[in-house]
Ligand binder design. Structure first.
Ligand code: FMN
Length: 177
């Protein structure tokens, strides 16, 4: 049987992003898989640009989503909302016809500097994915609050409760694929 193919998508583009660390933890917890890191550094959605043809980077992401068995989406929240980076990527992806997102499985995670761990953005992301008919793997929200306190210098989670939450969700995802 071929290895499951996971596509990771981070709502933060910066190299040292805690959300990218969280995605790496989720991938490790999932176990044997082919993993592609989605590049969300896309041009802003613009209907005039779309009318000229889907930009190459957007098409690449659409193709990666299409061929993945599951999406792992991790994002901080910015000003109590979803980051522009993630929203823009989902807006572009929603334009694929036929849909590349419908019936896909996805896990949402979030790490943020604040005390709620990006809960508001997490709910927003869930709501958008529901609208796009993505099957979110449910469970207690995985929220890494004050993220700067919960990763070691190698990018590993230092909190057993959070590590177990991630491991449990990835185990469920593996069972569903
Ligand atoms: C523009 C901006 C807005 C932010 N708003 C929030 C917020 O509403 N809630 C929160 O918990 N953290 C907020 N933060 C802090 C981020 O959660 C923190 O910088 C986090 O580490 C970013 O994720 P990353 O490490 O994956 O880049 C904000 C940061 C920026 C740059």
């Amino acid at each position: 049987m071929p290895k499951p193919h996971l596509l990771t998508m981070s709502g933060s583009l910066r190299k040292g992003s805690y959300n990218r660390m969280l995605l790496a933890e989720a991938v490790r917890a999932f176990g044997d898989a082919d993993v592609t890191e989605g590049d969300l550094d896309l041009p802003l959605y613009n209907g005039d640009v779309e009318a000229q043809g889907i930009p190459d980077k957007v098409q690449r992401l659409m193709d990666q989503v299409k061929s993945a068995d599951a999406l792992l989406i991790a994002s901080p929240e910015y000003n109590k909302g979803i980051t522009g980076v993630l929203k823009n990527a989902l807006d572009w992806l929603s334009r694929a016809n036929p849909s590349v997102l419908k019936d896909h499985k996805a896990v949402i995670l979030s790490a943020a500097g604040g005390r709620t761990g990006g809960e508001t953005a997490h709910f927003m992301t869930h709501s958008i994915l529901t609208q796009l008919q993505v099957n979110v793997v449910h469970g207690p929200l995985i929220l890494v609050a004050t993220a700067q306190d919960f990763f070691d210098e190698d990018g590993h989670l230092t909190n057993d409760f959070l590590s177990k939450q991630v491991a449990d969700r990835m185990g469920r995802l593996r069972d569903l694929i």
